[in-house]
Design a protein around this ligand. Structure first.
Ligand code: ATP
Ligand code: MG
Length: 559
């Protein structure tokens, strides 16, 4: 799958996606002077990678065609919503680099929606139903079997108006009555079998307070809100295609601005779940440290991990807009992150937990030499960092092998290797502890191989290192996939998704860093040379730097 996506992305001229085709046609026909899209989150959780796709589509189309995008909170569910989420959603959208034209709330339109409901009652298009939700569900029938009329379906307009006003005034308890549209209980589209317009909910709303105790349903709200804002292209995910006829029906019935709905395939990623309900459960039950745990697929989670807005946008561009649901390889997202960080991130040397000590027997005791190393080899400014070199150093245990095969080019007994940015050294003696574990390598350096003043001599291996006199101990949080199963959307029905949590998704290790790392104040992940990308965590203190592993370089090195 990855290959296919890459090939498409590299095609010289990108084909228009189906939404761009629709918009170009609409504009060419003069249907609209400019387009307006909207992003409609329900403030009941934090945004995730799926929302990033929706954001890129909605804001991307408006940018491309000189239109605008509204941010509209779909806040019709007072018991699940919270201002914490409202604020976090705005932070995440800004972080991605998008700016909405208007900030709106479905609740801004509660008065208008209520007026329209009374209008529908007056026209005989809506009625108050006393049935329980259970009875209503049963009465809807099935796809093959028509529904049955509610016994309350033929109430008079006057009675319906009185009851609806009493519902609004708080006379009834939750669930006692609902307002339904009067359409057709035998309609082949089940959505049309007298859908519920309003339910009673005595709940405090984060914006309207206690003004309302009846709240409009999604289908009765969404299209009308689009219409009020003159949204030209209301873009949502495929599961809403069955709602579209009803969306159109309300707009036609009320005779209001004709917004149109278009559906695209939602983003599914391997080893990832993106349902807010499940993410909330992971947070509430402590399986992760919070919404912004770096293992979470939330935007605040991947941001804390070191993913960049540029990488996410590049990923959304690559996966494109399709009309068919598909499972995307999370490896492609990681690839986009690596591409971006490879170009922009600063480099540092950090030696992993359980290192091996190198003693240079011919280095003058106490001498320090500072070497220049590029901060980022790709940066045009050629900025440098200074790396201290002394007679006692650490290297990764993985960079030494005692009984090495011929093709092993890192350090081995009597073998040579270049210590990155400095000299070639030779391993003369291997020192072990009582258990036979290698603890120290006595080496000599070759002064003629100084990168500036020496003669050029090539050696096959180059490894990273730190000076024990200058290194800083840091905490490295190494992340793996949160789930063990690739297709989390299709786990067996009798299994709970939490059974697939990866017990090793977080491993904490010590690292030994060159001192310049601690001076890096960029708000961007850095590369630990030969190891991977790491991003400073807010848990860092002046005493201890905490770094989150963003992603590896390839797959061959592990810290
Ligand atoms: P969830 O199922 O994760 O709770 P949702 O659809 O309920 O998500 P909303 O806040 O209602 O979340 O979504 C806001 C917008 O983001 C909607 O237009 C929705 O279609 C879109 N969206 C949500 N999940 C995805 C996804 N995985 N891929 C693409 N778009 C998505
Ligand atoms: Mg939703």
């Amino acid at each position: 799958m990855e290959e296919k996506v890459n090939a498409a992305a590299e095609a010289p001229e990108k084909k228009l996606n189906f939404l761009e085709e629709i918009i170009e046609k609409d504009l060419a026909e003069g249907k609209f002077k400019s387009i307006i899209t909207r992003f409609p989150p329900e403030p009941n959780g934090y945004l995730h990678l799926g929302h990033a796709k929706s954001l890129c589509i909605n804001f991307g189309l408006a940018q491309k065609y000189g239109g605008k995008t509204n941010l509209r909170y779909d806040d019709t569910n007072p018991t699940k919503e919270d201002t914490e989420y409202v604020d976090a959603i705005k932070d995440d959208i800004r972080w991605l680099g998008f700016q909405w034209a208007e900030e709106r709330y479905a609740s801004d339109y509660f008065d208008q929606l209520y007026e329209w409901a009374e209008m529908m009652i007056e026209r005989g298009q809506a009625y108050v139903d006393d049935q329980t939700l259970e009875q209503i569900r049963e009465g809807r029938g099935t796809i093959d079997k028509p529904g049955t009329d509610s016994p309350w379906r033929n109430r008079s307009v006057e009675e319906n108006l009185r009851l609806f006003r009493e519902m609004k005034a708080g006379k009834y308890a939750d669930g006692e009555k609902v307002l339904r549209a009067k359409i057709d209980m035998a309609h082949p589209n089940m959505m049309f079998r007298d859908p519920i317009l309003y339910r009673i909910k005595h709940a405090h709303h984060h914006r309207t307070g206690d003004k309302w105790c009846i709240y409009p349903m999604y289908d009765y709200t969404h299209g009308q809100c689009d219409s009020i804002e003159h949204i030209t292209h209301s873009i949502c995910t495929l599961e809403f295609d069955v709602h579209r006829p009803l969306y159109d029906w309300f707009i036609q019935t009320l005779g209001i601005y004709p917004s149109h709905q278009y559906e695209f395939a939602r983003l599914n990623l391997t080893y990832t779940l993106m349902s807010k309900r499940k993410l909330l459960e992971l947070v509430q039950k402590g399986f992760v440290s919070g919404w912004d745990d770096p293992r979470m697929p939330t935007l605040c989670g991947v941001r804390r991990r070191g993913y960049t807005p540029e990488a996410l946008k590049a990923f959304c561009e690559k996966i494109g807009v399709s009309k068919r649901d598909q499972l995307m390889d999370i490896g492609l997202l990681e690839w986009c992150v690596r591409q971006d960080l490879n170009e922009r991130s600063n480099r540092y040397m950090v030696v992993s937990d359980d290192p091996i000590k190198i003693t240079l027997t011919n280095w003058e005791p106490g001498k320090v030499e500072w070497f220049d190393a590029p901060l980022n080899p790709a940066a045009p400014d050629g900025a440098k960092r200074r790396v201290p070199f002394t007679g006692e150093l650490l290297i990764d245990r993985a960079d030494f092998m005692e009984d090495a095969p011929k093709k092993y080019f890192r350090l081995k007994p009597d073998g040579e290797v270049r210590l990155k940015y400095t000299f070639i050294i030779k391993c003369n003696e291997v020192i072990k502890d009582a258990d036979g574990k290698v603890v120290e390598l006595k080496c000599t350096y070759d002064p003629d191989t100084h990168p500036q003043s020496g003669q050029w001599r090539s050696v096959k291996g180059t490894i990273h290192w730190v000076s024990t006199a200058y290194m800083k101990e840091i905490e490295c949080r190494i992340y793996d996939r949160l789930f063990t199963e690739a297709d989390m959307g299709n786990i067996p029905e009798d299994r709970d998704y939490k059974e697939f949590l990866n017990p090793d998704s977080l491993v904490v290790k010590t690292g030994y860093a060159e001192p310049a790392l601690l001076e890096d104040k960029h708000d961007l992940a850095v590369q630990f040379e030969r190891v991977g990308y790491f991003f400073r965590d807010p848990d860092s203190t002046p005493e201890k730097l905490v770094m989150n592993k963003t992603t590896g370089l390839k797959d061959s090195f592990k810290l």
